[in-house]
Design a protein around this ligand. Sequence first.
Ligand code: SAM
Length: 338
Amino acid sequence: MPTPDSASPPAPQAETLRDALAGLLDGLPPRQAAGAVERLIASYRGRTPTDAPILRDRADVVAYAAYRMPATFAAVRSALTECAAAVPGWAPGSHVDVGGGTGAAVWAAGAVWPGARAVTVLDWAEPALALGREIAAADPGLRDVRWQRARIGTALTLEDADLVTVSYVLNELTAPDRAAVVDAAASAGQAVVIVEPGTPDGYARMIEARDRLVAAGFHIAAPCPHSAACPIVPGTDWCHFSARVSRSSLHRQVKGGSLAYEDEKFSYVAATRFPPAPATARVVRRPQIRKGQVLLELCETEPGLRRTTVTKRHGPLYKAARDADWGDAWPPPEEPGA
Ligand SMILES: C[S@@+](CC[C@H](N)C(=O)[O-])C[C@H]1O[C@@H](n2cnc3c(N)ncnc32)[C@H](O)[C@@H]1O
């Protein structure tokens, strides 16, 4: 999966977002910014869904945007990149981002599918929407985004859209509200992409959503090579991936240490109402490179997990295996015209 520090240089979209987020902290004493992040982390820690937004005021949302948005943007961009690879030639003409907060998924969709589209961001936290609008002013392509207040619940209905995203939201909802948002997304969307933290609980919520989407007639486009049940035995493992995120000085201040980046772990599912062309297999762990061989853990079309060893004897496939990354399709898709 391309990451800012590895395969390709950052897309202009990512740079524009990074600059806009850095600008939020201009003039804010570093200790005050770090204090706001620490308060936000504390209010997320160990919480169960509540009746009121966690992001209550501008200090909360600035902390969220500066501290978390680069990571949620990177995770959603990775998920959308893999979704796009499974639906060649398709691009969403409209996008609804549910629980969109400050708009990370809107920026990610812009990075994956450049060009104009009708976009609506829904959230119950007005300060998040207001800041999202302010950040989006940095990108002329995002100036027409509609930022609308809406509460996710059993009464939620969504306008029809080519793409519906729900990123890092299920975690904040009760079980009935999780079911309601997935059902609403399935009723409204041609493609639905759900991203959750890459933890056992995040994976469990993602699988619950995946099952609902399949039951609603959707096909899985990514990461799974099939729409059958996930082959992971519940409780033994969890499917997740990793996106590399550059650390800002605010990150370094809050987390300590001097690492220039961190790896955001996430679980995701991308599903389409129309038949996609999913990967033949997917690399589900970081490949292990040994002398003359690469060990790949794959999830395969015939639902199952398999470890395979690619050696020099496999010729060009060996080079491809050395370049393969956790989360990539396997074998790599052929370059157009190759
Ligand atoms: C962790 S943030 C994720 C924001 C954004 N999607 C992202 O990926 O960066 C969760 C968002 O869900 C919103 N949210 C949580 N419960 C909600 C509800 N019941 N109705 C509407 N929005 C809700 C929060 O206000 C917050 O903006």
